[in-house]
Design a protein around this ligand. Structure first.
Ligand code: URA
Length: 215
């Protein structure tokens, strides 16, 4: 079952207090994630950058603005999406995350996925790909493709930051996003099909899900 907003906020609180790896010493603040617990789509990047470290929210710098524009290009409002990262604290100078940092942090991402149970996860960049779909292949091979695992759809995409200063990559990312539109429609249809018999059998009234936006 999808978690409640309170449960997700409790997890965000634990992330903010985490001191499990040395990044807690150099961070301004941890960046747990942002979006409603009811989101059916999750986007996962690498790690907070300078702006995210300052503001405490993921993808709010230049790469985030590009991500917002890409989502909008396929009719998605980022306020409906839960956005997070593999690691929750900024590596100094935006260096690549170290394996030990990924290992000590990414159980938080596992908890977020378990809480939201999203239908679709947009996997942004090679670091997210290596953690979320280990051994599946490289980002240059898998970008824009749909990878199904159990009931979930994963879509590896080039990281928006990589496309900021590379026109060719940006074109590829924009084209891949157009394919995401079709994947989302399929995922939505599958969910509706799966839900229909259960709903008919149970015919119970569910309590409305909490739609609160998270801070
Ligand atoms: N890049 C990321 O991978 N994550 C952010 O939150 C911002 C930039």
């Amino acid at each position: 079952m999808v978690a409640t907003t309170e449960e997700l906020l409790e997890l965000h609180g634990r992330i903010r207090e985490c001191t499990a790896c040395p990044l807690h010493v150099t961070r301004t603040q941890a960046v747990p994630g942002y979006g409603p617990v009811t989101a059916r789509i999750m986007a996962v990047g690498e790690a907070p950058g300078e702006t995210e470290d300052r503001e405490g929210k993921p993808f709010v710098g230049a790469a985030g603005q590009l991500l917002t524009r890409l989502l909008e290009s396929v009719g998605l409002d980022r306020r409906d999406i839960y956005i997070s990262n593999i690691i929750k604290c900024r590596p100094p100078g935006n260096r690549d995350p170290e394996q030990s940092e990924v290992e000590s942090c990414s159980h938080f991402l596992d908890e977020q996925v378990a809480m939201l149970q999203p239908d679709v996860i947009l996997v942004l960049g090679r670091h997210a790909l290596a953690r979320i779909l280990p051994g599946a292949g490289s980002i240059s091979r898998l970008h824009g493709q749909r990878v199904r695992r159990d009931t979930r759809t994963y879509v590896p995409l080039y990281h928006p930051a990589a496309a900021l200063y590379n026109a060719g990559l940006l074109e590829t990312l924009e084209a891949d996003m157009q394919r995401v539109r079709g994947y989302l429609a399929d995922a939505e249809a599958r969910r509706a099909t799966a839900a229909a018999p259960a709903a008919a059998a149970a015919a119970v009234t569910e309590a409305p899900r909490d739609q609160l936006d998270l801070f």
